[in-house]
Design a protein around this ligand. Structure first.
Ligand SMILES: [Zn+2]
Length: 412
């Protein structure tokens, strides 16, 4: 274990990845793939410090409820950045709990509210899942966080199996890879910006769920390695900054530029003003669902405890893109208005918020378009554009208008 690298990584964290630089805007011809680099499973802070670290949130809970188990075959190294104290722990299991304002590791009180946990060798497992890189435990106010720090390119190799479609042509995978890399680095830089402006920051950059990008630890198969390598460090930029590269399964032909309530001034590259109908092979390009009043009443009971029996439901308004803006429900005591996202949170068979209702007795037939939020890259659309002969760069610039490509530069 190279402890001199701890200091270096800490300094980097202090500067919130000041080492990330953006090389100048590249023309299309400038996008050369970097040569493949040997991957090592054994990790150290040195590797992290030389790469572009991403902090991925694995757990967030009320401090009092913390009961996290970490496993490592040969033991752990603990590092407390405040006291600079390093401890080697030759135990294969580490149980993290919290009591009266302090973390406890295997029952031993730790005075620090922020501590790093490294594997003595190999990988750390949380539950049954192994993870690259290092972990941190942080308590902020009464919330505790378990965060995995790893290099951006390693992170992408683990994200792509979940966010892309294995078996699709390489050009589609490359489009997804550049979108995912751009999204992640946007999140990293967002935290950096927050810190610079003395705003509240999180001890992580990105969530590991569909709220951001799905990440489930070290990916053994590495079947997307060649995709990550072929697009290494390439990101999409607008005004020389990595964009918030949102993506969706199938947009359903909805035009995002017509959506209401989106701050397109901040993200003009998401304001696509023309339709993608290339996702029309997806089963949810057009979808139907049935909502019976009885089921609706049950589903909404927690959200609206005073609703009683559902007697009627209607859409109050749509925006110009066709996205539902408000829904009215008549219960035992009259009409109440809810947001469509509230309805979707309890009715999982609604695939998007772009739908219409037609009443049928004591139920309603829902007809909808697309699967997701209709923003940015449409994965099924990209698949069909690639089948038509488009390359990944052309596909990305179709979905994110007026963007350019840039390369991230690693600190040496
Ligand atoms: Zn589409």
């Amino acid at each position: 274990m190279n402890f001199s690298s701890f200091g270096r990584y800490m300094k980097m964290l202090g500067n919130l990845y000041a080492g990330i630089l953006l090389a100048g805007a590249l023309g299309m011809q400038g996008l050369l793939a970097a040569p493949p680099k040997k991957q090592k499973i054994d990790y150290s802070f040195k590797k992290l410090a030389q790469g572009i670290p991403v902090r991925v949130l694995l757990e967030e809970s009320a401090a009092k409820d913390v009961a996290w188990e970490l496993n490592s075959d040969e033991g752990f190294v603990l590092y407390a950045p405040t006291s600079k104290e390093k401890t080697v722990l030759k135990k294969t299991k580490l149980l993290v709990t919290h009591k009266k304002g302090n973390f406890y590791l295997n029952g031993q009180k730790i005075p620090d509210a922020h501590i790093f946990v490294l594997p003595l060798r190999g990988l750390i497992r949380h539950g049954t899942i192994p993870y690259d890189g290092v972990f941190s435990l942080t308590k902020s106010k009464e919330v505790a966080y378990l965060v995995n720090h790893l290099d951006l390119e390693e992170y992408l190799m683990s994200v792509l199996p979940y966010e892309s479609m294995p078996g699709w042509p390489d050009e589609v995978q490359k489009a997804q890879c550049v979108a995912s890399r751009t999204y992640a680095i946007h999140k990293v830089l967002e935290q950096r910006e927050q810190k610079k402006n003395n705003r509240v920051t999180h001890p992580y950059d990105i969530k590991s769920t569909t709220a951001h990008q799905v990440y489930r630890g070290y990916e053994k198969t590495a079947c997307f390695k060649h995709i990550v390598e072929a697009t290494r460090d390439i990101v999409l930029a607008y005004n020389n900054k990595p964009i918030l590269a949102m993506f969706d399964t199938a947009c359903g032909g909805v035009i995002p530029g017509k959506k209401k309530g989106i701050h397109f001034g901040k993200a003009p590259y998401l304001k696509r003003s023309y339709a993608c109908n290339y996702c029309n092979e997806h089963p949810y390009y057009r979808w139907e669902a049935q909502l019976s009043f009885a089921e609706l009443g049950k589903s909404l009971a927690t959200l609206l405890p005073d609703l009683g029996q559902v007697r009627d439901i209607k859409i109050e308004s749509h925006d110009p893109a066709g996205i539902v803006q408000a829904i009215k429900i008549r219960g035992s005591h009259g009409w109440v208005t809810i947001k469509p996202s509230q309805l979707r949170s309890v009715c999982k068979n609604l695939r998007s918020l772009c739908f219409t209702f037609s009443k049928k007795g004591r139920s309603v037939q829902v007809s909808g378009k697309g699967y997701g939020y209709h923003m940015g890259l449409c994965q099924w659309g990209a698949y069909n554009l690639v089948k038509k002969g488009w390359n990944y760069k052309k596909v990305l610039q179709f979905y994110y208008p007026n963007t350019t490509f840039m390369k991230l530069k690693r600190s040496e």
